[in-house]
Design a protein around this ligand. Sequence first.
Ligand SMILES: NC(=O)c1ccc[n+]([C@@H]2O[C@H](COP(=O)([O-])OP(=O)(O)OC[C@H]3O[C@@H](n4cnc5c(N)ncnc54)[C@H](O)[C@@H]3O)[C@@H](O)[C@H]2O)c1
Length: 359
Amino acid sequence: MKVLITGGAGFVGANLAIALKESFENCEVLALDNLYRKGSGLNLPRLKRHGVKFIRGDVRNPKDIETAAGADFLVECSAEPSVLAGKDGGTDYLVGTNLYGAVNCAEFCRRHGTSMIFLSTSRVYPIAPLLKCAIRKGRRRFDFAEKQNVQGLSPEGVSENFPMQGARSLYGATKYAAETVLLDYADAFGFKLVIDRFGVIAGPWQFGKADQGIAPFWLAAHIFGKKLNYIGFDGKGRQVRDFLHIDDAARLIIMQMRNPAKFAASGNGFDGRIFNAGGGRGNSASLLELTDLCREVSGRKVEIGSVSETRYADIPIYISDSSRLQSTCAWRPKKSVLRILQDIHGWISGTPEAKAVFK
Ligand SMILES: NC(=O)c1ccc[n+]([C@@H]2O[C@H](COP(=O)([O-])OP(=O)(O)OC[C@H]3O[C@@H](n4cnc5c(N)ncnc54)[C@H](O)[C@@H]3O)[C@@H](O)[C@H]2O)c1
């Protein structure tokens, strides 16, 4: 089997590439990346050690993707993944990579009959209906109320039936537009496509920043004694997300690749379907709760300020309802938020290159 991972030196791409090498015998894995993300270059020695071939290339350039001709699968993990991207500057890079880059990947799949797994995001769900949800405001966290008037929403979280009208951030819009085009490409040209809408994914080798990769960012601030801020929603740190360990995300993608019967059945199983995939209610935490866990794992406390003003495209709570996925297959997230932070802590403490990025 030959697999091309675009964005293959990034957090998800590199961890998935290594997991593939460990899971399949005789699997050639190609990681294509332009090293745009700070820290991605640090994955190259790891990829090499595990026998993953690195291609320095850009998804905006079809010729670069073509160097992987003959791939059985293309897993599209490249992106400008910040929810703030494009807001205060040019949108060229964001649209060029997230939308046109994904279309270039689909063109590759069309030409070569390659199957595609597209890493989409919970950020495709629009903000206005998310802000309209009934929320229970607890002292330490927000929760979805039992009774909701919005379709596709329950205390378990947001399902794929959630309304799709409304602005969703430039990042979310590029991913949603890519999903739409890919679905039609797969339908028109007959290649297999899986779209996974992931909630927050976290784990080792994630070079997190305030606007993307909150778990390592928050923990690293504890380890290195840096001041943090609770931003938005009264500045009290009650906003909630669900967290999925990178190992659980990689296990899902590998399961989707391993299951050709489900995968090939047109209109059934995984083919052409969209799935929410996240840690779920049981693996969700508010920033306040994340702080408690970071204190426990790092053994340190840091000063945390408060900024009441809410940032562009921010939402008070997002939890993935993955029941469609879970009724289709046996996948369940296994690793807790605490375990995610312990694994990140082990990685940062034991990796000088990681320390240098976060310090
Ligand atoms: N990490 C999360 O919480 C999360 C959640 C939902 C969805 N996703 C999606 O998963 C995918 C992977 O995200 P990640 O967290 O690994 O981000 P990341 O930034 O770590 O990885 C993305 C990689 O793509 C590369 N890249 C950027 N522009 C490129 C281009 N034009 N050509 C080639 N490579 C390019 C970057 O250098 C980086 O290595 C993205 O599609 C993202 O939208 C991530």
